[in-house]
Design a protein around this ligand. Structure first.
Ligand SMILES: C[S@@+](CC[C@H](N)C(=O)[O-])C[C@H]1O[C@@H](n2cnc3c(N)ncnc32)[C@H](O)[C@@H]1O
Length: 257
């Protein structure tokens, strides 16, 4: 494999949910640095016998860059394995900027994000015609600040489908802000460890979810999905509507017209 850093999305947990490309890159890497707090170690099962493995949960940024630098100086390849998709709360930008300074090459291999994985667990579609055509991926403000215009109540005012990361430990405050715009009967689901063998799902409405999550004892690694896309009302898409004509199919005119 080429001597460079491969940023790889490991997917949400199920080791079969990594891309073939990511799987091959792990298999061929000389050095692996994986985000041990979230990545399922089973995605590393095909790594080479000689591969040197680091858990980035125990490392800071300079230490991670040092490992990458030393490996590439010896002509080795590095698999940097992130959970879900690296472009979402992956902290890859700060690593890429350091690699640019050192003129070390890199490539990003995408992955299945936990927000789409959670939707798959619930068998739901975020974009239901005329219910919601927009998905907001966000987090509630905690120790990491969120820009003023992205405060959760502002985002909630659009009443779109929402996927909220990194926030399950703040359910009470989060729900208080969401209900400034969504009604208390808006459906909400919390999916803990989506696609892992021990995944758990808590379903409810905004006005009862706090207690349910508390009773379940869910404090981390959970995706919060909220919005009417989780509800029972929906409209079929035009794409498969028998009367709708588009580039690939002539719509059928209903009898009598
Ligand atoms: C640092 S972010 C990384 C997100 C990741 N890059 C992605 O695309 O899913 C970690 C947060 O993602 C969510 N998360 C990651 N894996 C998850 C899973 N398997 N099930 C539910 N939520 C998950 C949780 O909200 C967790 O706090």
């Amino acid at each position: 494999m080429e001597s460079k850093v491969y940023f790889i999305g490991a997917g949400p947990g199920d080791p079969e949910l990594i891309t073939l490309k990511g799987h091959k890159a792990i298999g061929g890497a000389d050095v692996i640095i994986y985000a041990g707090s979230l990545v399922n170690p089973q995605v590393l099962a095909n790594c080479g016998k000689e591969a040197v493995i680091y858990n980035s949960a125990e490392m800071d940024l300079p230490e991670i860059i040092e490992v990458m630098k030393n490996a590439c100086a010896q002509g080795l390849s590095v698999a940097r394995v992130h959970t879900g998709d690296p472009s979402i709360y992956g902290s890859i930008r700060e690593q890429i900027e350091e690699l640019d300074k050192l003129q070390i090459g890199y490539e990003v291999i995408p992955g299945v994000s936990s927000f789409t994985a959670a939707a798959s667990v619930l068998c739901k579609e975020f974009t239901v015609p005329e219910i919601s055509q927009t998905v907001i991926c966000t987090r509630f403000e905690g120790r990491t600040p969120v820009p003023e215009l992205e405060q959760i109540e502002l985002l909630a005012s659009h009443k779109t489908s929402m996927a909220i990361f990194l926030s399950v430990h703040m359910m009470e405050k989060l729900v208080e802000k969401l209900t400034k715009h969504y009604s208390g009967s808006t459906p909400i689901a919390v999916v803990e460890k989506a696609t892992w063998t021990d995944q758990r799902v808590v379903r409810g409405m905004l006005n009862d979810i706090v207690l349910k999550v508390k009773e379940a004892g869910i404090r981390k690694t959970a995706m919060i999905l909220v919005g009417d896309f989780l509800g029972t009302e929906y409209n079929n898409s035009k794409l498969y509507d028998a009367g709708f004509t588009h580039e690939y199919r002539q719509g059928k005119t209903p009898c009598g017209e």
